[in-house]
Write a protein that binds this ligand. Structure first.
Ligand SMILES: Cc1ncc(COP(=O)(O)O)c(C=O)c1O
Length: 429
């Protein structure tokens, strides 16, 4: 591909980062199933270890199959570089790791995937980090929560489970005014619907487990850096701006400029935390990502049809889909994600907890699983599963109360999905 032409999304999702294999001419990206790579000589090995030459040392750090996926996702997100890792949760730790020290905090939206709320409210305390959760619709609350020890602001562009839309630009402006990076979890939106860097985000994280792979086969994660943040301006990010003791005193920002965060993620993050994506997982995700735009268009079309049908059903109290005219997020959705509000939303049943359980148990096409973003339609009762570790107040704030079911709409025939929902609702009420 020529570097001069601006290729469209559909072309880049197939070609970005990949070229015919130089050894064999293989057109599809091979799975480089190897742990290590032979050095040409001792000088070559030393240059690789000193980061003076870019190449392959050991697959905990870099692997050619994973490298193609990294370049593919970085290109689709409009970032300078990306680091893939073993899961979406690993990506979140990998994103925070270069920014944080013991005693530092992050300010995060109260509307996040339940596992992320647990990771941020409990697990990161073991590293001496903490998190303040605020309603990101209230920009004054975001501003007020930021203090001298805050090192990042974190939210989901389209939030799990309700599919609520975040005003990424407005929150980015608040983070920017405080000299902080905004990290966006773009899992539910994908770069086809939202490109957070264009809205002012510094870092984007993904659970590639979901829509990017799109077939429910592998777990994976990715951190994409915009390359636009000045890590040296405030003195708050010494791992990037000062001599990094974990990499024999290398100054990452001074040495690598826009690629500082990406190089740190590989040379220190993957090397020492070891949350590596394996080449098989990268292969499955590369296969999936080739059809991302086609699938997202169908996910959106089906979600719009199914949500509109559900909203009118007698057993339904409300539906949270931002693509519905009745949603308080509908206007914002047109600004943030004009191609559609994704395929994820919740439905609240008038019959409460008992009706939700019966509804989930009686669905036939929809699978009851702890996943989203599959080609298959999926359903889960968040309060008793993904959001189970949360207090009742946190569940309500996250939109995952006991009377609510999360739906991830697949790419099947919408009529079949509606027929399945209809028979299960009849049995539930
Ligand atoms: C929005 C979101 N972010 C992150 C994650 C965590 O991803 P993983 O399960 O790949 O660790 C999930 C998982 O459901 C998610 O839905």
């Amino acid at each position: 591909m020529t570097e001069t032409r601006q290729y469209g999304f559909d072309t880049l999702q197939i070609h970005a980062g990949a070229r015919p294999d130089p050894a064999t001419g293989a057109r599809q990206t091979p799975i480089y199933q190897t742990t290590a790579y032979v050095f040409r000589d001792a000088e070559h090995a030393a240059a690789l270890f000193n980061l003076q030459e870019v190449g392959y040392i050991y697959s905990r750090l870099t692997n050619p199959t994973v490298a193609v996926l990294q370049e593919r996702i970085a290109t689709l997100e409009g970032g300078a570089g990306a680091v893939c890792c073993s899961s979406g949760h690993a990506a979140q730790i990998m994103a925070l790791f270069p920014l944080m020290q013991p005693g530092c905090n992050i300010v995060a939206s109260s509307r996040l995937y339940g596992g992320t709320i647990t990771q941020f409210s409990q697990t990161i305390k073991r590293f001496g980090w903490s998190c303040k959760f605020v309603d990101f619709d209230d920009l004054d609350a975001v501003k007020a929560a930021i203090d001298d020890d805050t090192r990042a602001v974190f939210g989901e562009a389209i939030a799990n489970p309700g599919g609520w839309i975040m005003d990424v630009r407005a929150v980015a402006d608040v983070a920017d005014a405080a000299g902080l990076p905004l990290i966006i979890d773009n899992t539910s939106a994908t770069p086809y619907l939202v490109r957070p860097i264009e809205h002012g985000a510094t870092l984007v994280v993904h659970s590639t487990t979901k829509y990017l792979t799109g077939n429910g086969t592998v777990t994976g994660g990715c951190v994409i850096d915009s390359g636009q943040f000045d890590w040296s301006a405030s003195g708050k990010f010494p791992s990037l701006s000062e001599a990094e003791p974990a990499y024999h005193g290398l100054k990452f920002h001074e040495t690598f400029g826009a690629l500082a965060f990406t190089f740190h993620g590989i040379a220190v993050g993957l090397r020492d935390l070891g949350m590596t994506m394996n080449p098989q997982a990268a292969h499955y995700t590369l296969m999936g990502i080739e059809t991302l735009s086609l699938r997202m268009e169908r996910h959106v079309r089906n979600a719009e049809t199914v949500a509109a049908w559900l909203e009118k059903h007698d057993a339904v109290d409300h539906v949270t889909y931002a693509g519905l005219k009745s949603s308080p997020y509908n206007k914002l959705a047109q600004k943030v994600c004009p191609k559609g509000a994704g395929g994820l939303f919740t439905v609240a049943l008038k019959g409460g907890y008992d009706a939700c359980v019966k509804f989930v148990d009686n669905l036939e096409i929809f699978s009851h699983v702890a996943n989203l973003g599959d080609a298959r339609s999926l359903v889960i009762h968040s309060a008793s599963t993904t959001h189970r570790q949360l207090s009742p107040e946190q569940q309500e704030a996250a939109g995952a109360g006991p009377g609510v079911v999360r739906i991830s709409i697949g790419i099947e025939d919408a009529d079949d999905l509606i027929a399945d929902l209809e028979q299960a609702l009849a049995k539930a009420s």
